[in-house]
Design a protein around this ligand. Structure first.
Ligand code: OXD
Ligand code: MN
Length: 594
């Protein structure tokens, strides 16, 4: 018996019998254990050593070329009632899903070691944290889980104390895309994933547990599991305020979480602290504020584009003790990816001699896995059991037109609508039509474990007497001018927008009231030292009434697409804004405190 928890032992035995694993290894998370696993993987080629002088402790994993990303079309939410999964998810009946997957798991670990990985999502002593156990036949998954979660003996003790955990069963199977499924059973708090060794499909603590099962748990227990970064902004007075922000992919979440302020701000005493770059769990505290933790202990970040200029903190962070996946390597065995200004690739992500005719040297979704504490801007508050109080929630998307640089929702219900309506426009850089808007409510489209209509209702439910909820904002770093160029410099200068946001929270920053929300006037934002012309400023902060009327109609259609479960309060909010746009004269009203 490996645990004092009978239900855990029984499950492990059942899985071992079904999969015919040749050995069972209970992971304790010790440094000796990981050293041995790494030695084994280096010996069998699952990991390759990188240049020990320039990148001490770093290794490279090359995945199967057909197994390089999350597979949304093979990801299912299996609830008894199909409507509980909602139109935002692929659904399968739980009995059918279990039968299908158990047939694939039968004998899947023959000749393989089955690792039992107890883990805790969040600080080990936090009441906000939740635990799980992943069974996997991949040593690479174990090594990644050890970085991304609090894994091992301490997590097992908590599981035994609480007698409750999320069950995740994973096998790389045959790595056959036709036999690949990521199934979630929220009513049973369990996950079954087979046929992929890729991060989001195989590190079950991350998207599967912390978001899909987590969002379900959060609804039943009164908290929120969100696809958000958490960042602390320290002002010149030495006060730190925390912001949680949701963006769809390719909108700079990791960069914002690790932002380095421009020199003038640094000299004035501004500092940015990183708590998390991908997932945020928030719960109302006794004081009515939302308190947040990052359930993860590491970053599983996209390598391409990471450079001294875009994210110097990230580049420093991944210089040592990092697992790289599907990057290219240089002649002297250093990791390399597109967008890295130093070095030249000689071997591509598939291990072939680099030839530009074969496409990029590093896979566009190549990754680094690294402990959060290695980030130069890592905040010790990331370990705080009570979490950090959230002053502002930001939603954002890539909107080349219409949507201003920043606006503030007038209240919580309006903010929920802003999050529900969130989306990104496709650009010329991607295949397909340009300027097509894809709605991705709260950046949770691939990750919400239940019906979006119920999810919006859950968000609305936080607005109750005694609640001291954060203010909600929308930002758009990607607004373009008539010449097709970005109007806003972005990156470190985004702190100027965060300063306004925190000023609004403190009641010190001015704004103009418009039908779509509170927008800063040019004089309300610190633009000192920026080459933003007055005309660009007007474009960045202006409200095009006609354009917004079209947008509101589209938002109304989107809400209606969820049918009868869509909360009336959200529809009323959409109607209120549509009516205000139709009736309010184009002039705006100044408001110091909103
Ligand atoms: C994602 C990720 O795909 O964080 O959102 O990996
Ligand atoms: Mn993510």
């Amino acid at each position: 018996m490996a645990s004092s928890l009978e239900s855990l032992n029984r499950w492990v035995e059942d899985v071992a019998r079904l999969t015919e694993a040749s050995e069972i290894h209970w992971c304790n998370g010790s440094s000796g254990e990981i050293r041995l696993l790494n030695e084994q993987m280096l010996a069998n080629g699952e990991l390759l050593a990188l240049n020990e002088q320039t990148h001490p402790g770093c290794t490279l994993h090359r995945s199967s070329p057909t197994d390089v990303a999350r597979v949304e079309h093979l990801t299912f939410i299996c609830t008894r009632n199909r409507d509980d999964a909602g139109p935002n998810n692929h659904w399968m009946d739980p009995a059918e899903a279990h039968a299908k997957l158990d047939a694939l798991f039968a004998g899947a670990m023959r000749g393989r070691t089955m690792y039992v990985v107890p883990y805790c999502m969040g600080p080990i002593d936090s009441p906000l944290s939740r635990c799980g156990v992943e069974i996997t036949d991949s040593a690479y998954v174990v090594a990644n889980m050890r970085i991304m979660t609090r894994m091992g003996a301490a997590a097992l003790s908590r599981i035994e104390r609480e007698e409750s955990f999320v069950k995740g069963l994973h096998s790389t199977g045959e790595l056959d895309p036709d036999k690949r499924f990521i199934m979630h059973f929220p009513e049973e708090l369990s996950i079954k994933s087979i046929g992929s060794g890729y991060g989001g499909n195989a590190l079950l603590g991350k998207k599967c547990h912390a978001l899909r099962i987590g969002s379900w748990q959060a609804r039943s227990e009164g908290w929120l599991a969100e696809h958000m970064l958490i960042v602390g902004i320290q002002n010149p007075q030495g006060e730190t305020r925390y912001i949680a922000a949701a963006f769809p992919s390719a909108c700079g979440k990791t960069n914002l979480a690790m932002l380095i302020p421009p020199e003038s701000y640094r000299e004035a005493g501004w500092k940015v602290w990183t708590i998390g770059d991908d997932i945020c769990w928030m719960k109302p505290g006794e004081d009515g504020q939302l308190w947040a933790i990052n359930p993860e202990a590491g970053y599983f970040g996209v390598a391409p584009g990471t450079d001294r200029k875009t994210n110097p903190n990230a580049l420093k962070m991944i210089q040592h003790d990092t697992i790289y996946t599907n990057v290219a390597v240089t002649a002297d065995n250093q990791p390399w990816w597109e967008g890295l200004s130093e070095g030249q690739p000689v071997t591509d992500w598939q291990g072939r001699t680099y030839n530009p005719a074969n496409g990029p040297a590093a896979h566009p979704n190549s990754r680094f896995t690294v402990a959060a504490q290695q980030c130069p801007s890592w905040s010790p508050q990331a370990e705080a059991a009570q979490g950090v109080p959230i002053s502002a929630i930001i939603f954002g998307g890539r909107r080349p037109s219409l949507v201003p640089l920043v606006f503030e929702a007038r209240d919580w219900a309006h903010g929920v609508l802003v999050g529900a309506a969130m989306g990104s426009e496709t650009t010329a850089a991607a295949t397909g039509a340009v300027g097509v808007l894809r709605r991705d409510s709260m950046a949770m489209k691939p990750f919400c474990g239940y019906n979006f209509a119920d999810y919006f209702n859950h968000w609305l439910s936080f607005d109750k007497p005694g609640a001291k909820l954060p203010k909600i904002f929308h930002v758009n770093w990607f607004r373009k001018g008539a010449d097709g160029k970005f109007l806003w410099p972005g990156f470190g200068d985004n702190i100027r927008v965060l300063e306004w946001i925190l000023g609004r929270c403190a009641g010190t920053a001015g704004a103009e009231e418009t039908p779509v929300g509170f927008v800063p006037g040019a004089e309300d934002l610190n633009l000192k030292g920026l080459a933003v012309t007055a005309a660009a400023g007007r474009d960045l902060l202006g409200i095009d009434r006609q354009g917004w009327q079209v947008e509101l109609a589209a938002i109304g259609e989107y809400l209606d697409s969820f049918g009868a479960r869509m909360p009336q309060r959200l529809k009323d909010e959409q109607r209120r804004i549509a009516e205000a746009l139709a009736s309010v004269p184009a002039k705006t009203v100044r408001a110091a405190n909103g």
